[in-house]
Design a protein around this ligand. Structure first.
Ligand SMILES: C[S@@+](CC[C@H](N)C(=O)[O-])C[C@H]1O[C@@H](n2cnc3c(N)ncnc32)[C@H](O)[C@@H]1O
Length: 271
C-alpha cells in the first residue's frame, strides 16, 4: 500500500484554535519549525526566558527517537510502528527514519490536534514498498486507536509503539499506565515500547517553567518522576541502558559527551 488518500480536513468542531497555545505548535517552534501561531511563539518565548534548556530537551528527544527507531529497524527487525502523539511534521519523522532503513516499513501516526491533521499530508509520503497512515484520535481511546491502526498494520506481527512527549497530557498516572498497558496488550511478543518524557527531580528551573506554563491557560503538561516513567515499562524487558536521560540512550558513536537533560526515555521489548 502506498499513501492513503488525502487526510480529511479538520471537522467543524475541530477548528484550529489560535487563541490558546498548543503543545504540538510550541514544540514545533522549539524544534525550529514554522507551523505555529503568535500565541505559541509567545508561550514558547515565555518558557525559554525562564528555562532555555527546553530547546535542548526538544531536540534531544527527537534525536533519541531517531536512535531508537534505528535500533528497532536494524537490531530488532521491527517493520511496523504506531506513533501516538505524533506532533507536527518536522525533520526526521518516524516514517522517514524507518523507511530509509527498511523501505517496506509501515507507520501509523495518531494525534488529536486539528493543526497536526491539517499538516498530515507531509506525514503520508510513504515509500512505494511501505505504508503510512494518519489517525485523528485521542490517546485516551486506545481501543479506537487499535481498531483504526489495524487497517494499515498487521497487529499480529511485532510492532513498536512510540509515545514520545505525549503521556504528560494524561494527568493521572494510573490512567496513563493503563493506556500503555492496553495498547501493549494488543501487540504480540517481540513488540517494543518507546517512551520518553520530561522528568521531575532533575532541574528545578525546568519544573518552575512548566508550572508557570501549566498555569497560563495552555493545555497542561505533567512532568513525571523517573520512577513513574520507568513504570510505563512494567512487564517488559528494558533494552540497555534502561530508562536514562535521552542524551545517554546509546549516543551516536563519536558524538561529544552527552549532557544530562530532564527528559528520560527508554525502549523495551515485550517478552
Ligand atoms: C509535545 S508534542 C510531541 C510531538 C512528538 N511526539 C515529539 O516528541 O516530537 C505532544 C503531541 O501530543 C498531541 N496530543 C496532546 N494531547 C493528545 C491526546 N489527548 N490525544 C492524542 N494526541 C495528543 C499533541 O497534539 C502534540 O502533537
Amino acid at each position: 500500500m502506498t499513501d492513503p488518500a488525502t487526510p480529511p480536513e479538520p471537522a467543524a468542531h475541530q477548528k484550529i484554535d489560535t487563541s490558546v497555545p498548543h503543545s504540538a505548535r510550541i514544540w514545533n517552534y522549539w524544534l525550529g519549525g514554522k507551523d505555529n501561531y503568535p500565541v505559541d511563539e509567545q508561550a514558547g518565548d515565555a518558557y525559554t526566558a525562564v528555562f532555555p534548556g527546553i530547546v535542548t530537551i526538544a531536540r534531544s528527544s527527537r534525536a533519541f527517537l531517531r536512535r531508537t527507531l534505528t535500533y528497532l529497524v536494524t537490531e530488532a527487525g521491527i517493520r511496523q510502528f504506531l506513533d501516538v502523539g505524533t506532533g507536527l511534521p518536522t525533520a526526521e519523522n518516524t516514517h522517514e527514519v524507518a523507511q530509509r532503513l527498511a523501505p517496506e516499513a509501515r507507520i501509523v501516526y495518531v494525534d488529536n490536534d486539528p493543526m497536526v491533521l491539517a499538516h498530515a499530508r507531509a506525514l503520508l509520503h510513504s515509500s512505494a514498498e511501505g505504508a503510512t497512515a494518519y489517525v485523528d484520535a485521542d490517546v485516551t481511546d486506545p481501543d479506537r486507536i487499535l481498531a483504526v491502526a489495524a487497517e494499515t498494520l498487521d497487529l499480529g506481527r511485532p510492532t513498536a509503539l512510540i509515545l514520545s512527549n505525549i503521556l504528560g497530557h494524561v494527568a493521572d498516572h494510573d490512567q496513563a499506565r493503563s493506556i500503555v498497558s492496553r495498547l501493549m496488550a494488543a501487540l504480540p511478543s517481540g513488540s517494543h515500547l518507546v517512551v520518553d518524557d520530561g522528568s521531575l527531580g532533575v532541574d528545578p528551573v525546568f519544573e518552575q517553567a512548566q508550572a508557570a506554563y501549566n498555569d497560563s491557560g495552555a493545555v497542561p503538561y505533567n512532568l513525571r518522576t523517573v520512577e513513574e516513567i520507568t513504570a510505563f515499562f512494567d512487564g517488559l524487558e528494558l533494552i540497555e541502558p534502561g530508562v536514562v536521560p535521552v542524551t545517554r540512550w546509546r549516543p551516536d558513536p563519536g558524538s561529544p559527551a552527552p549532557e544530562t537533560v530532564a527528559e528520560h526515555g527508554g525502549l523495551a521489548r515485550k517478552p
